[in-house]
Design a protein around this ligand. Sequence first.
Ligand code: CO
Length: 495
Amino acid sequence: MQAASSTQSTSPSLSYNRADWQRGYRSLKQEFDYWVDAVTGEIPADLNGTLFRNGPGLLDVNGQLIHHPFDGDGMVCAVTFDHGKAHFRNRYVQTEGYRAEQRAGKILYRGVFGTDKPGGWLANALNLKLKNIANTNVIYWGGKLLALWEAAEPYRLDPATLETLGLENLDGLLPEGAPFSAHPRIDPASVQDGGQAVLVNFAIKTGLSSTITLYEFTPDGKRVRQHAHSVPGFAFIHDFVVTPRYAIFFQNPVSFNPLPFLLGLRSAGECITFRSQQLTQIIVVDRYQPKAAPRILEAKAGFVFHHANAFERGDELVIDSVCYADLPAVDPDSDFRQTNFAAIAPGQLWRFELNLKTEQVQQQLLDSRCCEFPTVHPQRVGREYRYVYLAAAHAPSGNAPHQAIVKWDLQTGDRDLWSAAPRGYVSEPVFVPRPQGKTEDDGWLLTLVFDAARDASDLVILDAADLSQPVAQLHLKHHVPYGLHGSFTPQCFLS
Ligand code: CO
């Protein structure tokens, strides 16, 4: 899988083949439950716990194609590691919309990113009910497994069987239909909470102005803080970062024209326009000053979906983020399966240094390689750190599908890379610390890789200290459609 030359490439200069890549965007309709018996290498005996992954599992409803993968129904996978063995399970989140469409055998809802109900704009006009597809992330916290989608409340699942238990209002905190971000952050040692870990998350309501609500929960699920802040303008904020004191949000320069959405001509996602002449507003909220207005600093335009990490350094805040020179647009007339990668700006890792005294922001490109889905050691979240891991393109320049996992040493500038090219396509890496590990890179990276040669997916385990060869490749019996986010918990959930 690693360095073989390809006879499949559409062009000798490309590391990938579009037809291969497209095959990872097929629905997986079957739900599986089995012990993985085809393994290359050896599963580490001290890797114990459960990797949960979420992402769009259905790319069509009874043959009607979904227009954008972000609109696909959430399917959760669980890979449980138990003393050298691994068990795989996948199940659909039984959302109200999923069940209704499966019963009807057709698309009934409009998708945020462009999936229209058939019947043209009349059928879509004035139909403002969006479908909570619960497809973006999955976390285990406070004894609950939650499938997250940012525009509505989570769905709770049974962690052992992945059975859907219903909508989760977090002990009455979330009113019906309330947003709750899919990107919680875990502060590993909260200074205000006796040094225990807390889960920090946010919710955003937006229009002409926006309200950001911050929530913090202890490991037993108890809410310890909640406060809301109003900021001017429309805000499309998918992710955020925390430090011991702050929660930081990037309000990228976009505008929203709701008219085509209201008329049913465009999805909500297609009504967002990137404003490259405007500035990004960086919103800094003090986690412990609920009444204080957020500080707002300005940076050059750019679009950020995901941040890697942030930390405090004297009067400065340092934030590392994957930034695009332009918002990857959702074109209503094109099919994402036909994406022209070369025509789109790549995501690249940038460092933002905010001086809270002078309010100046310095920004610096750390590397030009196309990348996404950054992750760090969970104990380094919000702290000075050395290593960031990402899904990245095989080639050092240009925009392309993610085929490699990279590790950047921010101290020395060194990079390590494992590539699944030419026929493998990686997903978000999840870092799992080795029990009693000594160094920041003492642990494993887990990533699902679609192997077009086998037409199925592998769960690949890499040694984070040395990416040169996988520790193990678990060959699943089927493909897993390209997913979004997931998390690891040391609990071994098996039914
Ligand atoms: Co995300």
